[in-house]
Ligand binder design. Structure first.
Ligand SMILES: O=c1ccn([C@@H]2O[C@H](COP(=O)(O)O)[C@@H](O)[C@H]2O)c(=O)[nH]1
Length: 278
């Protein structure tokens, strides 16, 4: 029986440091690496990332969209990325941002969070636009199988606030997402497996994360302009459970495996020392 996601994530971060590196095979990056923008180029790109990062970095986050754009051959590459990253000891968070009515959500949970599925990762990103309650089948599947989820709360893109900051019943939508995730994590040690996404680009947090007792994925660090200093200021006392995530900021160092790995480790070490100064 697999240990809980919170426990596996905590162990990975304590052994390897708090960094999530995104595997985002953008067409522009694939060609900048001298590869064709086709399934063969995708495979070379993605498996180079696995070779560079999976033995050293705590969490790898393949972005499903960049694999899906290559059709069934792209999905086959994604399956290999998940399996080979896990074999090398990385926690795999599949960034797929799913969300649907409960009965369909159950099928997504089967695809990404059930033992034996070829696309099962250690965790996935979920969108709460149909209501956090609609994600229940994914919460249950994750908890049952020792996996995790990260629900979008305050995303890193500038268009997000009109929906996520909207106030309903005195509470911003993002706070409702955090509070409902927190309810699922009550009493779980070392932390619960229901995480949230809060972008590293956010200037004013405006939500209370103090009772979450779960992980916070902070994408937008690097290429989107989020800095270490922003992350420290933004999260303050909640920094301990924050997982900064960057994709292009590290991937631009490719295609050389050693250059990619050293850029990821340099980024990780900078985060560790900034968190230590806090
Ligand atoms: O709020 C969010 C949620 C997810 N993302 C994803 O993270 C990476 C960011 O890539 P960079 O190259 O570091 O900008 C990408 O896959 C997004 O879909 C996010 O950016 N913001």
């Amino acid at each position: 029986m697999r240990a809980s996601f919170g426990s596996r994530l905590t162990t990975a971060v304590s052994l390897r440091g708090p960094l999530c590196v995104g595997i985002d095979p953008h067409p522009g990056l694939i060609t900048a690496w001298g590869l064709p923008d086709d399934p063969g180029g995708l495979e070379r790109f993605a498996l180079t990332c696995v070779e560079a990062f999976a033995g050293e970095i705590a969490v790898l986050k393949p972005q499903s969209a960049f694999f899906e754009r290559h059709g069934s051959k792209g999905i086959a590459v994604l399956e290999r990325v998940i399996a080979e990253s896990q074999q090398a000891g990385a926690v795999v968070l599949l960034d797929v941002k799913r969300g649907d009515i409960g009965s369909t959500m159950a099928a997504y949970a089967d695809a990404y969070l059930a033992d034996g599925s070829p696309l099962a990762a250690d965790a996935v990103t979920l969108s709460p636009y149909l209501g956090v309650g609609s994600l229940e089948p994914a919460f249950e599947a994750a908890e049952k199988s020792g996996r995790g989820v990260f629900v979008l709360a305050l995303t890193s893109n500038p268009e997000a606030s009109e929906v996520q900051r909207a106030v309903n019943g005195g509470r911003a939508t993002a706070q409702t997402v955090v509070d409902l995730a927190a309810e699922r994590n009550i009493g779980v040690t070392p932390i619960g497996g229901i995480g949230v996404v809060v972008g590293a680009t956010i200037k004013d947090l405006g939500v209370d994360l103090s009772t979450l007792n779960g992980p916070v994925l902070a994408p937008g660090f690097g290429a989107q302009g989020g800095t270490l200093s922003d992350i420290r200021t933004l999260f303050g006392k909640s920094l301990r459970n924050v997982l900064p995530a960057t994709s292009r900021g590290v991937l631009q160092a490719g295609p050389d495996v050693f250059a990619l790995r050293s850029e990821a480790l340099r980024t990780r070490d900078a985060i560790v020392s900034a968190a230590g100064d806090h």
